[in-house]
Ligand binder design. Structure first.
Ligand SMILES: C[S@@+](CC[C@H](N)C(=O)[O-])C[C@H]1O[C@@H](n2cnc3c(N)ncnc32)[C@H](O)[C@@H]1O
Length: 251
């Protein structure tokens, strides 16, 4: 039996891919927001080796491949990986796909990658410390991690009518449970973590945090590498409350 978050994503994969419009020319870090490459958050070079964790249909790895980077993309969901296979083949990328649970990354080799990218996957990992430890372990000295995950304020209810957020306990953000998608006793979970919690873990594993971003929609949101019907109901909210929290950190 798959981890419930992987099973949940397999159930969601078709809807997510068909309703999201995700560029294969940029690294997407926030719906309707700017891309990481145009912001210069990371500067991958030809011939370097990058790992993507929780790749979905591997759009980010394909964008890196277009820059001559050797890319390895990991996801646990067979459905998502099928989408990745067709996108990789239609774009002519050389990205290598690996099926693995992100909770079990013990197979990673030390000092193997110049960069690790993970966008919107860490929130589905229950052991964030182990996840960060695995990334640190597999990066070369001086290697970079780009981590985009859900903003802790994303845990709270948006009052559409009033245009404000109902935040009762920021320090203990609620866990989002989405078990309607899967046939399991266990629930799929989205885990929201505070900025301090995540920052502290990165520092404690030895990372130097170089930047923290809370991206908001572009003036023309349709120029974003991450958009589509899936996200449209949230555009007004994202103009006031960021969807993503983005870290760049160096080993
Ligand atoms: C929101 S999608 C993000 C995909 C891609 N990075 C993107 O931004 O479109 C989350 C991805 O994480 C994967 N995922 C969630 N939990 C996982 C786990 N425990 N192990 C492996 N993959 C997992 C899902 O299969 C899904 O493809």
């Amino acid at each position: 039996m798959d981890n419930p978050n992987i099973a949940g994503w397999s159930a969601m994969a078709q809807k997510y891919q068909s309703e999201s419009d995700i560029s294969t020319h940029e690294i997407h870090i926030s719906p309707f927001g700017p891309g990481a490459l145009s912001l210069g958050l990371i500067t991958p070079k030809e011939g370097e080796k990058y790992l993507e964790l929780g790749c979905g249909a591997a759009q980010n790895s394909i964008a890196l491949d277009r820059r001559g980077v050797n890319t390895y993309a990991v996801d646990g969901s067979e459905k998502q990986l099928k989408n990745a296979i067709s996108l990789i083949s239609s774009s002519g990328a050389r990205t290598k796909l690996i099926k693995s649970d992100l909770e079990k990354l013990d197979w990673l080799k030390p000092h193997a990658f110049d960069g690790v990218v993970s966008c919107f996957a860490a929130e589905f990992v229950t052991d964030f410390e182990k996840f960060i430890d695995s990334i640190y372990y597999t990066l070369k000295e001086g290697g970079v991690m780009l981590l985009a995950t859900v903003h802790p304020l994303g845990a709270f209810e948006w009052d559409e009518l009033e245009g404000y957020l109902r935040v009762n306990d920021y320090l203990n953000p609620p866990v989002e449970i989405w078990n309607e998608q899967i046939n399991s006793d266990e629930s799929a979970l989205t885990i929201f973590r505070t900025l301090e919690d995540m920052y502290s873990v990165l520092i404690s594993y030895g990372f130097t945090v170089e930047s923290i971003l809370e991206p908001t929609p572009l003036e023309d949101p349709l120029q974003s590498p991450y958009k589509g019907r899936y996200w449209e109901p949230y555009l007004q909210r994202f103009k006031k409350i960021p969807f993503s929290l983005v870290f760049t950190a160096r080993k």
